[in-house]
Structure formats: C-alpha cells, structure tokens
Design a protein around this ligand. Sequence first.
Ligand code: IVH
Length: 684
Amino acid sequence: MDKQEAKKRIEELTHELHRHNHSYYVLDNPQISDYDFDQLLKELEKLEQQYPEFASPDSPTQRVGGQVTKKFASVKHKYPMMSLGNTYSRDELEEFDARIRKLVNEPFSYVCELKYDGIAIGLTYKNGRLVQALTRGDGVTGDDVTHNVRTIRSIPLVLPSEDIPAEFEARGEIIMPHKSFIELNKIKEQNNEALFANPRNAASGSLKLQDSALVSKRNLDCFMYGLLGESLPFQSHYENLQQAKAWGFKVSSLTRLCENINQVMEYIEEIAQERLNLPYDIDGIVVKVNQYSVQEELGFTSKAPRWAISYKFKAEQGITILEDVTYQVGRTGAVTPVAKLSPVLVAGTTVKRASLYNADKMEELDLHYGDTVFVEKGGEIIPKIVMVDIAQRPSDAKKIEYATHCPRCQTPLERKEGEALYFCPNSDHCPPQIQGKIEHFISRRAMNIEGLGEGRIEVLINNKLIEKASDLYGLTYDQLLGLTKTIEEEETGKKKKISFQQKTVNNILTAIENSKSVPFERVLFALGIRHLGETGAKKIARELKSIDNIVNSTFEELTEIPEIGERIAGSIKDFFNNHENLEVLQSLKDAGLNFEIEVPDETMAGDRPLEGKTIVVSGVFEKYSRNELKELIEKKGGQNTSSLSSKTSYLLAGENMGPEKRKKAEKLNIPVISEADFESLIQQ
Ligand code: IVH
C-alpha cells in the first residue's frame, strides 16, 4: 500500500469506526460484532503506526486513552454554568408555571428532561471537532478534563461536516451506569480498596483520574441536555436537542416536548414509574421553557435561570419494624452494624436489611428494639434507615447498645482515635478475618488459586483444615475428598451444596502447586499487608528485590520508594513485627513460593547497556514494530518516552518520521539514531 492509499484507508476506517461507535454507544444498536469492530480498530492502529503523520487526536484509536494529566488546568467558562432551582412539590411546579405566564405574553411550550445524577460537563466543539471539556467547578471556572472525556465513547470526537456551527458548546451530564458501577466496586473490593458510595461519586472520581487509559476502562456514559452558541441552527431548545442527536450526541429518547403544565405533570407521573427500570440514576426531572426568545425575556436570578426548574423525586421510603442489629466483620476486622428489619417493599424490592454505617450513626438515631423506622433507597445500593418514628416506640423498648465484643470470636472490640468503625483486633484467629485473608491470598491478582471460591475456603476453615494461608500448601487429597456443606443464600433462601469431589480436589491441588511459580511481586501482594495494593507491592518488589530485604528495611528506606507513603510503610513494619506473620512467612518460604524477584536469565544478566538512557521512538522500522522496540528498550535498562525533551538521550528515527521531530531533536542537541545504530547500541 502506498502513502496515498494508506491515507485513504485511514480515512475510511476512521469514518466506519466512528459510525459503529455511535451505533453501539449512542443508539444502543450495534451493526457489527465486537470481533469485527476490533479487527477494524487493529487495522487502523497499525496504519496509524506506520503513517503517524495521518494519525489524528480525533481518531477512534484514541478512545483507549494514554495521556496523563498531572494537574487539571483551571479554565474560565465561556458561558457560566448556572445551577437550577428545585422543588419536591407539584404545587410549586404549578406556581412556577403561573409565574412565567404572568411575565410572558407570547405562547410557549416546555421541554421535560431527565435530571441525570452525575457530573456536569461542558464540551466545546470548533469546526466540528471536540477541543475542550470542562467540569462545572465553581460555575465560573472549571477543570479541563479533555483527555479523560475523549475516552467516553458516547461523546462524539468529530461531527459530520454539514451545517455545524463554527463554534458551540454542548452541555451534558457524565454518568456511570449501574452495571459499570457494580463491576467497578467488585474489583475495588477484591483489591481491598475503598468502595464508591454511589454511581455519581464513581463518575466524579473516574473523571479526575490522572491516567486517561484508566478512565477509558470505567465505562462512563454521557447524556447531552443543551447547546450554547452564537449561531445555533434553531431558536428553540427542543429542535436544537434533536439536531444534536442527529449530529451524533446521546440525547435521551425520554426527552419530551410538552404543550402545558398538565402534560408536564403527566410526564412526571410516567417517569416516576419508568425510573426504576433505568440502567442509571436520575434524581428528578428538569422542566425548561422551549423558546429561546421567552428564555431571554425571563432571564436569570443570580444563581439560576428563571425559565427552568427541577422537580426532584423523593427517595423511595418504606416504613417497617427494626427487629435487631447484627454486626458484620470484614476481612480487615472492621465491624459494621446492620439493621435486621421486618421485610418491606421499597422501590420494587423487598428490603430486609439496612446499613447503619457506624456507632455514631446508631447513636444519632437513638435506636431501640422494636422501633418503627423509615428506610430509604437513595443513590446508595444498600438501603439505609433515615428516621425513627418515636411516637410508635413501645413503652418498654430497650435501647440498642453497640456491641462490645466481636460477634464471631468474642474478642473485645477496639476503636482507634478518630476512626468511625470499631475493629476486632484478633486478626489471626477471628474466622471472617482468616477467611478474608485467605480469600485475598488465593484471588486472581494474587496467587490465582482457582477452584477454592464459592464458599470452599469457609468449608476448609470450619473443618479446621486451614487457619492461615500457608496451611494451603500442606493440604492432602485425602483431607479434601468428600468434604461437603449445604449453604443457604441469605436473600433468596435457596440451598446450595458445596462438595469436594475427585475432579475438584485434583484441580485444587494442581492450582495450589502451580501457585508456587507466581512471581514475587504478586506473592508480596497476596500476604495481605494492610494498605499495600497491587501497584505498591510491585514498586517495592522491584526496588528491594527480596522479602528479606523488605523485612530488614527501615521505615525511612521504605518511604524513599516512589509512591510508598508513611501509611503503607508503617503498615509494612507492623506486619513484619508480628511474630505470627513471620511464622506464616517462614512456612510459605518452606513451601517453595517465590520470595525474590526473578533473576533475568543467564544471557541477560548484567546486559543493560541502555541503563539511564531515555529514548523517543518515531516513524516506522524495518525489523521491529514500535511495541517491540519499546519492550527492547526497557529490557535493556532504558526508558521509552513519547515526547522529546532536554532529558532525551536519543531519538530513534524510522521511515516517515515528521520533519518537525528531527528539527526539534537538532535544536535540543539530541543524537538521531537509526535502527542499525540502535542494534549496535544494545549489542555493546
Ligand atoms: S440544565 C441553566 N438539564 O443538574 C440550566 N441540568 O443544578 C443548567 N443536570 O449539575 C442545567 N440533568 O449538570 C440541566 N437535563 C438536565 C440535567 C441537568 C442533570 C444537572 C446539571 C447540574 C445540575 C443543575
């Protein structure tokens, strides 16, 4: 393929892929299989690598991110981002309508929209291309999150060329759908990281990640609800929204034009039902005057437009009886109180339990046995108790006192200064803590011992076969064969039988054996040291190389490692100061796990000619792909970066490298080397 053909194919693929993205993420109507889509994307990626001069920031290949924003620039909004007046009552909505009628003489209509519960975003398009994305901030200035927003697939990066205003801003809401939210929290839980309380917080947290490649994986979505600009196609909100939809923006099909306030009320009625089926959170609806001329006439108060209002749904509530308070003990020993309720229907599901958060919250509610309580299902997944109806309290009701002892192992609970939760300090012998630790140990990202999920660890603990991770390595075929347990699923009451049959036992024993070759960094993560996540474990393993070095390192030495703060360092020191942990460690060593970073193979030892060198790769090469070069550079001790700076050691130039790059390298006095030069460098 020659250069012209490549250019044409890149354009074709770009167009096709944008179109399929739109069908999939905006219209929810895929036209090709995921596999075919990936094939086209790979073809484009390859061509863009070969002909970087034709790669554009709007390319569908950019959806996977990669740009890192250290600090989000604060940028002034061209049009301030106002807030909305809101109400919970239909009477007030009638008043809103009456007020407008009094002020305005011409006929007008309303547009009703969903009030998405996410993060407001302003997207600027110039000549049909997305150039900037700003968060609301304080309404006057917002944060520039453009790189992150480019990864959201329902946001068009380029618009069709016909009749697009030279410049305009699209306003909308970035949300995290329920499905993505649940998946994200599941992963966070596996990694022992703090969970997001609701999809809105998750959307907001995701949008503020520094690495756009991570944002790309968060499956965010975006609904548009307004256009701003000097030369918009229509003079009314609804028509412009429909136009925006035709340009490729995601505009909800539940947006409706209403002729009068009665139709608005009907809309509210319908959405109040429909919202339970939506795959994302809304917290109300927004009513806007449709005609811009009327909007202008009404104008703004200091904070909000007079031509719009939001009607918020009250969180769904149920009234029921508080039967008891139980306590859950997590794998870290944190104790959380849970209310046991007489079953009640709230927002379409039967609620039997509610979160009570912590001792302070319980004290604040002043709960008594048999209290009549209001339960609410808000943005949070687990329902909560919001109020007690004290008038209904039985005269002899006893106050509920917070547990003093661990419900599982009877150890007195402790509460650290300034912390909200109580802890069970018996971390080595308290069953849920043992179970939690072992479950973490065997998890996919740690030792990856398959076959022990779904309650099997619990069976082994109950049969006193294991108490610590190292016991796994002493398990025998005869011990496991024939173990059984029937468990009842709490929510459904369904009974499930867990059994250890021949095949299962063999699989488990093989998986345990195979785990002995898991690399050191994952073994370190598997130990379950508090606050030490996957990334931290990797950094420490690479820096200190062996468990003995880690055990013997001082607090200060640990904090000198990039990204290891005092909290993690302190927790590592505590962990290895505990003699029981040291015993487990010794048993794991005896079992033959990896406690040192693997020594590179013989031929590679000491072969790091690029140590300390930073290399930028540009263009296309004969022998190696760019990825192979990148790997080679790192393998030989060097670092591959994407842009030239005074710190760059070499510019490795292939075919088709842009002249600008060469000029810049010359200006900075950076040696430009060929593929052959590079080969002799690494063979030194
Ligand atoms: S219009 C000047 N429409 O609600 C009018 N806002 O208090 C400004 N929101 O965080 C907003 N759905 O991002 C509008 N359909 C919708 C909306 C909506 C959600 C959010 C908005 C802002 C807050 C306004």
